[in-house]
Design a protein around this ligand. Sequence first.
Ligand SMILES: Nc1ncnc2c1ncn2[C@@H]1O[C@H](COP(=O)(O)OP(=O)(O)OP(=O)(O)O)[C@@H](O)[C@H]1O
Ligand SMILES: [Mg+2]
Length: 266
Amino acid sequence: MDRDQETKGSRDRVSDLSLGTREPLRCSTGAAEANPAVVARGLTRVYRRGAETIRALKGIDLDIQCGEFVGVVGHSGAGKTTFLNLAGLMDRPTEGRLTVLGHDVGKRGAGFDALRRKNIGFVFQEFYLMPTLTAVENVLLPTMWGRGNGEGRMSNVELKGSKHRAEELLNLVGLGQRMTHKPSELSGGEMQRVAVARALVNSPRLLLADEPTGNLDTLTRDGIFNLLLALNRDSGLTVIVATHDLSLESRFTRVIRLEDGEVKNG
Ligand SMILES: Nc1ncnc2c1ncn2[C@@H]1O[C@H](COP(=O)(O)OP(=O)(O)OP(=O)(O)O)[C@@H](O)[C@H]1O
Ligand SMILES: [Mg+2]
């Protein structure tokens, strides 16, 4: 099967993937009130470089509900990655309140890493694949996080299940023929698709994707976008995508426009 056919078939197979042996994707992490996925109030992030101060987010207010498929758009430097890093619990606000999946990010404590590992998938703008690992090993990596650190070793059965899922995801993103390639043996767009598969391997409740289609041709971009749409529609995965790509705007259920660290609508 060639790549186009594989990508085209992704929407048909996505339900099997998410509803198979694993529990369906849901936003709630157990707390009854955890219906909003992300709530920001006066969210501020200031970067300091020596004497220089950069106000990347200037006190934004936002509500993103579970089940939404939201695009965060805006010019380069508007604050999109800064917002995604905060929502993905990879950074902390300078000021303001941020609640992610019912957890107050300002009150970060033990259990936060597990929350991120188990419930949040992240596609980095720069991919961050491990150069020494193959595509399938890169996708498998998040299934191993936390193991040996209170969560116990993975049994052979679990490992087999995870490997099967990683392979299925690589098939879904059209990389069935590239499983054993290392990042240096992949094109930019292929690396990007490995990063998308990796973000989905733990069946997250919330997917944050930073320019996930930036390196892709139109056809492959549509395949990846349709996969995310199908996961959102069929499994209720909450998806937040940062993008420059104006042609994608009409396909989001809602667009949040950032301009120089401020929300201009939403
Ligand atoms: N670690 C950092 N230290 C200092 N300044 C930073 C840092 N990260 C980002 N910035 C600055 O913060 C602002 C917002 O950056 P951010 O990466 O969030 O923009 P963006 O909207 O994602 O842009 P792009 O579309 O180019 O990816 C920019 O002016 C950037 O130069
Ligand atoms: Mg960015």
